[in-house]
Design a protein around this ligand. Structure first.
Ligand SMILES: C[S@@+](CC[C@H](N)C(=O)[O-])C[C@H]1O[C@@H](n2cnc3c(N)ncnc32)[C@H](O)[C@@H]1O
Length: 367
């Protein structure tokens, strides 16, 4: 693997490239704290014993490749510790990692993540809507894989596009169980013989959700087990930079061809609903200072009860005084209240939510 060095000897970040070689060596040669997100789909260490057949005696194309073989759990753990340490060094302080795995490896990976100081944010169950049946009928159908999402350390300000994921989920908070089909049909890449190009190609829908939810356009996303380049393909489409690392030349070729065919979406398509926390804070008093609401003006709640705006941006009703949130909560006898969506003001005979004025100020801040 060759990593370009600058005149001062520092390694440059090879953006939008597929790097050849062992991911531990390659990652160790890249500059520290330079990557926003790592998505890793490491070898599962499936430990398959013998061939697997369907009831009609046809052979199941299971993962029995050399890259998935380890002599023992100890060897697998050593490998996991080494690649996770290399990955952690590459992450920016507020960076995060996703690791996908099955029951064969994900618990071992999870323990190592915690041992190394990563902070687990969620485990996501990817429930396969079309899983492969259990042909021998001796165990449950294995219908899911688990993804661990972790920040580099506790307290890191990791990226979470809460609103965008909620939007993807038709306005309902995104949960940690995702029902998505496995990769099949035209999405499944084929080799020159028309066979599956890779045994564990992941669906783009999975990466779409991961990247929309935990990265922003322009971010650098690294995948140390690139395979057919699913992470790179979705990252490129979504206007993120990718760095792929893959040891096998045949997979690198498939990935390079695939990436050449991906087109980046335009800026308008890439814009997502901003997370509330990411939006600039506007104090209610600013509406008064700016003359958008006048001191002495009445606000009305959904039940038609009124409160008067005071010069300092507080409200006073018949029995309560305080912020828009406090007076709203007191009138509702509730522990809390979002005053921005609760109160309305009157203009030309129409009732308008005060949040409209907050949006107006925010829009000016973005200009
Ligand atoms: C589970 S597959 C990833 C599949 C990929 N997510 C996709 O959608 O195509 C793991 C990949 O990691 C590669 N690999 C395994 N060990 C590696 C190592 N030490 N360094 C680099 N690549 C490795 C394998 O060749 C294999 O393609």
């Amino acid at each position: 693997m060759t990593v370009t060095l600058t005149a001062r000897g520092a390694a440059m970040l090879p953006l939008d490239e597929i790097l050849a070689g062992d991911c531990i060596e390659v990652m160790n040669a890249l500059p520290e704290a330079s990557v926003d997100l790592i998505f890793a789909d490491p070898p599962y260490n499936l430990q398959l014993k013998g061939e697997l057949h369907r009831p009609d005696n046809s052979r199941v194309d299971a993962v029995d490749d050399a890259w998935d073989q380890f002599d023992s759990f100890k060897a697998y753990d050593q490998f996991t510790r080494a690649w996770l340490a290399a990955a952690r060094r590459l992450l920016k302080p507020n960076g995060a990692i996703w690791v996908i795995g099955s029951y064969h490896n994900i618990f071992r990976v999870g323990a190592t993540l915690q041992d190394q100081g990563f902070w687990i944010l969620n485990d996501v169950v990817w429930r396969k809507s079309n899983p492969m049946p259990n042909f021998r009928g001796k165990r449950l159908t294995n219908a899911h894989e688990t993804m661990i999402w972790a920040s580099k350390s506790e307290g890191a300000k990791y990226t979470f596009n809460y609103e965008a994921l909620k939007e993807l989920n038709e306005g309902i908070q995104m949960r940690s169980d995702w029902v998505l089909p496995i990769c099949s049909g035209h999405e499944r890449l084929k080799d020159d013989q028309g066979e599956k190009a890779h045994p564990t190609q992941k669906p783009e829908s999975l990466l779409h959700r991961v990247l929309v939810g935990s990265t922003n356009p322009g971010d650098v996303v690294l995948d140390p087990f690139f395979g057919t380049g699913t992470t790179g393909a979705v990252a490129k489409m979504l206007g993120r930079h990718y760095i792929g690392i893959e040891r096998e030349e045949s997979y690198r070729k498939v990935a390079a061809k695939r990436l050449g065919q991906v087109r980046r979406l335009d800026a308008a398509a890439l814009e997502t609903t901003l997370s509330k926390r990411a939006q600039p804070r506007v104090a209610f008093g600013q509406l008064v200072e700016r003359g958008l609401l006048r001191p002495g003006e009445m606000l009305v709640n959904p039940r038609g009860m009124a409160a008067k705006v005071r010069v300092d941006g507080s409200l006073v009703s018949a029995e309560h005084r305080g912020s828009i949130h406090q007076v709203g909560a007191a009138l509702e006898n509730a522990p809390s209240c979002n005053g921005w969506t609760y109160w309305q003001f009157k203009r030309d005979g129409q009732l308008i939510p005060i949040d409209v004025l907050r949006q107006q100020i925010r829009a000016e801040m973005h200009d």
